[in-house]
Design a protein around this ligand. Structure first.
Ligand SMILES: *[C@@H]1O[C@H](CO)[C@@H](O)[C@H](O)[C@H]1NC(C)=O
Ligand SMILES: *[C@@H]1O[C@H](CO)[C@@H](O)[C@H](O)[C@H]1NC(C)=O
Ligand SMILES: *[C@@H]1O[C@H](CO)[C@@H](O)[C@H](O)[C@H]1NC(C)=O
Length: 351
């Protein structure tokens, strides 16, 4: 999120809350609040700041059987595997991510943690990847089923944001994917939009977690921040090599670093590189109806029968979370940001 956005939000927050605003930045940035342990070492709210320009944390972090329903405001999220992850998505139906990124809540594939559940049939293709330095999930989703406007190209959530309170504010993520123990993920990024998503959670025990989970390249989407070979209609888990750090690329042996231009300079219409998709191995294919067995119907009523009713087999096309069409051929979709998408997204961000 850029500064221009913050000014917009400031106006919004003041207009809506009409509260006494005494500052912008929290005493402790969200990314520095790292001592939490799951399940018992979590405060009711991670963000207790008051009087700041973006208002208060929308939800809570202590989530349990009482909070587990489709109105949950749980902002504690998880990523463990293809059958067990959460995405940040809006509280209210028909939302635009750019307007509510500070208030997103956890939508998960697995019950038992006090969150909302991603409705049955919403997930259309998912690739889970474990690498030496992070775990990542990339996929295709009918985003209207998780309260996003169908044509929203969305944006990036991460524990930073222009005011360091994170998007969502107070949002935290845990994973058992690094060493088997519940671990708070310090650096992560989650792009949602264009009926696609990517979420990367970086291993906090590794020195480069902030680089793999870079949060500054919010306008160039999954294809550059989480380059992948996820395919619509396919559900698979793989091991993989690490990506390059987002924004870092090599041309004729020279290592280059991309700088995202300021929004004031207008839409990003060209990119000087295509991000390398790292090698993967040990890919195991899954059937969605077998791995997602407890998801509610799209209306939000909790029904634990059946799981996914259909396994999409549609062929991949070039559109997704703002799709870049450049890094893969044919049936592989690189979930990223294309030109049209960028323009929409930037327009949304500038509102
Ligand atoms: C469940 O979580 C809610 C919201 O954080 C909290 O208010 C409530 O006390 C919790 N209930 C139990 C039994 O822990
Ligand atoms: C993924 O496939 C489904 C089913 O064919 C299709 O409806 C959807 O539009 C596709 N999503 C993307 C982003 O291409
Ligand atoms: C993808 O690339 C091909 C070839 O460069 C181009 O013809 C096509 O229009 C592109 N599709 C999208 C969705 O950008």
């Amino acid at each position: 999120m850029a500064l221009a956005k913050l000014v917009g939000l400031a106006t919004f927050a003041v207009a809506v809350a009409n509260a006494q605003v005494t500052g912008t930045y929290p005493a402790t940035p969200l990314a520095s609040k790292t001592g939490y342990t799951y399940p018992t070492g979590i405060p009711y709210k991670v963000d207790t700041d008051t009087g700041l320009i973006r208002g208060q944390q929308a939800g809570y972090n202590q989530c349990n059987s009482t909070t587990e329903n489709q109105d949950s405001l749980c902002q504690t999220s998880f990523i463990n595997g293809i059958d067990d992850f959460c995405l940040w998505a809006p509280i209210e139906p028909n939302s635009v991510v750019g307007n509510v990124e500070g208030e997103m809540v956890a939508w998960c594939t697995k019950p038992g943690r006090g969150t909302r559940l991603i409705p049955d049939g919403a997930l259309q293709g998912v690739q889970f990847m474990k690498t030496p330095d992070y775990v990542q999930v990339v996929g295709f989703i009918d985003q209207e089923k998780i309260n996003m406007q169908p044509d929203d190209y969305g944006g990036e959530m991460d524990p930073h944001g222009a005011d360091l309170r994170g998007n969502p504010m107070g949002g935290i993520i845990f994973s058992q994917g690094f060493n088997g123990q519940w671990t708070q993920v310090v650096e992560w990024h989650n792009f949602m939009g264009g009926n696609a998503f990517c979420l990367k959670a970086c291993d906090p025990s590794k020195p480069d977690d902030k680089h793999y989970c870079e949060h500054r390249l919010d306008r160039i989407g999954c294809a550059y921040n989480a380059p992948n070979a996820a395919r619509n209609g396919t559900f698979e888990s793989c091991d993989g090599d690490n990506q390059d750090f987002p924004g870092v690329y090599t041309v004729n042996g020279a290592v280059m670093t991309y700088s995202q231009p300021p929004e004031a300079l207008g839409p990003i219409t060209t990119m000087p590189y295509t991000a390398r998709v790292p090698a993967s191995s040990n890919c195991v294919q899954h059937t969605s109806a077998v791995i997602y067995t407890a998801l509610p119907g799209a209306t939000g009523s909790a029904s634990s029968s059946g799981g996914s009713s259909s396994r999409p087999t549609g062929s991949a096309t070039g559109s997704a979370a703002g799709a870049s069409n450049t890094s893969n051929s044919g049936t592989k979709v690189s979930v990223g940001i294309g030109m049209a998408s960028l323009i929409s997204m930037i327009t949304a961000l500038l509102v």
